[in-house]
Design a protein around this ligand. Structure first.
Ligand code: HEC
Ligand code: HEC
Ligand code: HEC
Ligand code: HEC
Ligand code: HEC
Ligand code: HEC
Ligand code: HEC
Ligand code: HEC
Ligand code: HEC
Ligand code: HEC
Length: 328
């Protein structure tokens, strides 16, 4: 396949070392035969952009895996802000100045490299991320630098595969696989019987999280845990005439949103869940028999399946005039 790319890069002639540009031509002729040349203090060995941009690179790298970038938003020639838009540096807007590399020039006896994005890259994470942030400070809402992922030394390319038109991390159905590479606990939880429908491909981690960082703990999308939950569970937002204090405070006091072995993703089953806060010696935790007295023969509603919630069904809050005890 042949891509005719307009030669419209922002070309600063003062930057352009013609020696290197000529070497491109020589390099193409002698493909794979690197020639030692240019001394380190030669101005022509300073990093410079290749003269013909993508056309230069594709002369050697023209394969389907690389060229698939033209099927992505980055490859759109009509978008002036994208790497292949008019006046942009094309491949080199991400990979950095590539004239020396393209001319197969040796630097310190080694083939000159462009910026690579693989984990074994010689460029620092800051340099690699800097190439992306130059255009994307605002799409990451300027929160990247302070994010947990930036502090942990992640690079944009740990999650994003920009040459791939189907960048896994951008798709609801495939995103979690990318996250699971590193987040094994959440992977294990998501496989438990009661979980948000992530493994069914109906939700993604980014339904609740902003992986580029946010001002909320655990990089949540909402201003608080509860605001994050209300964006989908709006019916539980309240206000209720009779509130249950922990519900208004933090849903995760009772729920494990990443998945649980208990129905409704509860951290524990009632009555134990309730008794982490309510006295276990209170009225309901004693096994009443049919006579209504402790020690009776038949199991009481307080110890069978739903236990406390058999009576306190409105555990999230009640709007019933006499719902003070959350029973209706
Ligand atoms: C003359 C042929 C030639 C040209 C032109 C050329 N390259 Fe390369 N490139 C190579 C060779 C050979 C390698 C592998 C050598 C190595 O890994 O150091 C390579 C390696 C790379 C790699 C690393 C691949 C990897 O597996 O991580 C990247 C990225 C790259 N080139 C980008 C570019 C870009 C961008 C341009 C245009 C500015 C360009 N190349 C122009 C020959 C070329
Ligand atoms: C020259 C500027 C420029 C550079 C450099 C750049 N991008 Fe982009 N990027 C864009 C533009 C423009 C878009 C398209 C935005 C749109 O159409 O909404 C885009 C889109 C994206 C998207 C969304 C793609 C989609 O399908 O929705 C991702 C993810 C992305 N860039 C990541 C990166 C990463 C990672 C890097 C560094 C390896 C990078 N970008 C480097 C300009 C750039
Ligand atoms: C931990 C994984 C991860 C890392 C690291 C990461 N991203 Fe993303 N990125 C995502 C996910 C997930 C989305 C989709 C967000 C959504 O759907 O709300 C996304 C979306 C984007 C988009 C599309 C616009 C948008 O916000 O929806 C751009 C642009 C982007 N990322 C750029 C970057 C850049 C630049 C870096 C490095 C500074 C980076 N990303 C690092 C996971 C990541
Ligand atoms: C938006 C930034 C961006 C642009 C533009 C870009 N690349 Fe890349 N390139 C990357 C990243 C990031 C990787 C690491 C793998 C990935 O994310 O897909 C990569 C990987 C590569 C590789 C090695 C990986 C492989 O799978 O063989 C080569 C070679 C390469 N790019 C060449 C090019 C060429 C040639 C162009 C111009 C046609 C180009 N790149 C344009 C960001 C970019
Ligand atoms: C390359 C490994 C890696 C990948 C891929 C990755 N993460 Fe992380 N993530 C980390 C590390 C390391 C930390 C910081 C240490 C920790 O808290 O475990 C972290 C922290 C987090 C945090 C806590 C953030 C904070 O500020 O406290 C969240 C939430 C998170 N990641 C979500 C995601 C999501 C969602 C994805 C996929 C879109 C993802 N991660 C992909 C490595 C990764
Ligand atoms: C339904 C919303 C929701 C979804 C979906 C979700 N998370 Fe979370 N996540 C949270 C909340 C809320 C917290 C904060 C818990 C706390 O600290 O109280 C959190 C915390 C985290 C943390 C910090 C460590 C921890 O467990 O407290 C990581 C890492 C994390 N999530 C990763 C992921 C990954 C990976 C996915 C996708 C598989 C994912 N999350 C899906 C809501 C969600
Ligand atoms: C992006 C939308 C979305 C967000 C945000 C969200 N949820 Fe959910 N939640 C769902 C969906 C979808 C289901 C599955 C409903 C079903 O299976 O019928 C669900 C189910 C649940 C269930 C279990 C329901 C059952 O019957 O077993 C609980 C508990 C729950 N969510 C709690 C939370 C909590 C806590 C938060 C905030 C940390 C939250 N959700 C954030 C969409 C969301
Ligand atoms: C005091 C503990 C507690 C808190 C806090 C709590 N829940 Fe629940 N939640 C439960 C119990 C118990 C059930 C199971 C109800 C049942 O079995 O009838 C449940 C069930 C659910 C369900 C399943 C459908 C339903 O309504 O029965 C969803 C969704 C849910 N909770 C979301 C939330 C959200 C969102 C929050 C935060 C606003 C929250 N919960 C806070 C105890 C709690
Ligand atoms: C995280 C702690 C916590 C958990 C877990 C919890 N509660 Fe509560 N609950 C409270 C607090 C705090 C109040 C408010 C007490 C007050 O106002 O005096 C309350 C109030 C109540 C009331 C109303 C009491 C009244 O004022 O009449 C009922 C009924 C109740 N809880 C039942 C339950 C049930 C049933 C469960 C288990 C599904 C449960 N609670 C789990 C903390 C908790
Ligand atoms: C058989 C039905 C039933 C069961 C089961 C039950 N309760 Fe109650 N509970 C009630 C009723 C009715 C009231 C209201 C009593 C009143 O207003 O005097 C109440 C009141 C409460 C109160 C308000 C304070 C108090 O003691 O009066 C709390 C807290 C409470 N229950 C917690 C629990 C917990 C925790 C469980 C499970 C371990 C539970 N209940 C099981 C029926 C039940």
């Amino acid at each position: 396949m042949k891509y005719t790319i307009r030669f419209g890069r922002r070309l600063h002639r003062t930057d352009l070392a013609w020696g290197a540009a000529l070497a491109v031509v020589a390099g193409l002729g002698l493909l794979g035969v690197p020639h030692a040349s240019l001394a380190a203090d030669d101005p022509a060995s300073a990093p410079t952009y290749s003269e013909k941009g993508a056309d230069t690179c594709l002369a050697c790298h023209g394969n389907a895996k690389v060229e698939s970038i033209f099927k992505t938003k980055h490859g759109a020639p009509g978008n002036a802000d994208a790497p292949f838009g008019h006046g942009q540096l094309q491949c080199e807007s991400c990979h950095g100045p590539g004239a020396l590399h393209a001319s197969m020039t040796l630097t310190d006896g080694k083939l000159s490299q462009v910026i690579r994005f693989t984990p074994d890259s010689k460029a620092s994470v800051e340099t690699r991320n800097g190439m992306c942030l130059g255009c994307h400070e605002s799409s990451t809402k300027h929160l990247w630098a302070a994010s947990g992922h930036a502090s942990a030394g992640l690079s944009c390319a740990d999650c994003h595969k920009v040459h791939d038109p189907a960048d896994q991390v951008l798709r609801t159905g495939t995103q979690a696989e990318v996250c699971f590479d590193c987040h094994k606990t959440q992977k294990a939880n998501s496989l438990k019987p009661y979980a948000h429908p992530i493994r069914q491909g109906e939700m993604a981690c980014s339904s609740c999280h902003q992986p580029h960082g946010s001002t909320t703990k655990a990089a949540l999308k909402g201003a608080t845990v509860n605001e994050t939950c209300y964006s989908c569970h709006a019916d539980l937002r309240g206000p209720f005439v009779w509130e249950h204090a922990p519900v208004a405070e933090d849903c995760t006091l009772c729920h494990d949103q990443h998945g649980s072995i208990h129905p409704a993703m509860l951290k524990q089953r009632p009555p134990f869940l309730c008794q982490t806060c309510h006295s276990a010696t209170g009225h309901p935790s004693v096994a009443y028999g049919p006579s209504g007295l402790p020690g009776g023969a038949a199991p009481s509603p307080a110890v069978v399946a739903g236990s406390c919630t058999n009576c306190h069904a409105q555990v999230h809050g009640s709007n019933h005039p006499s719902g003070r005890s959350l029973t209706r």
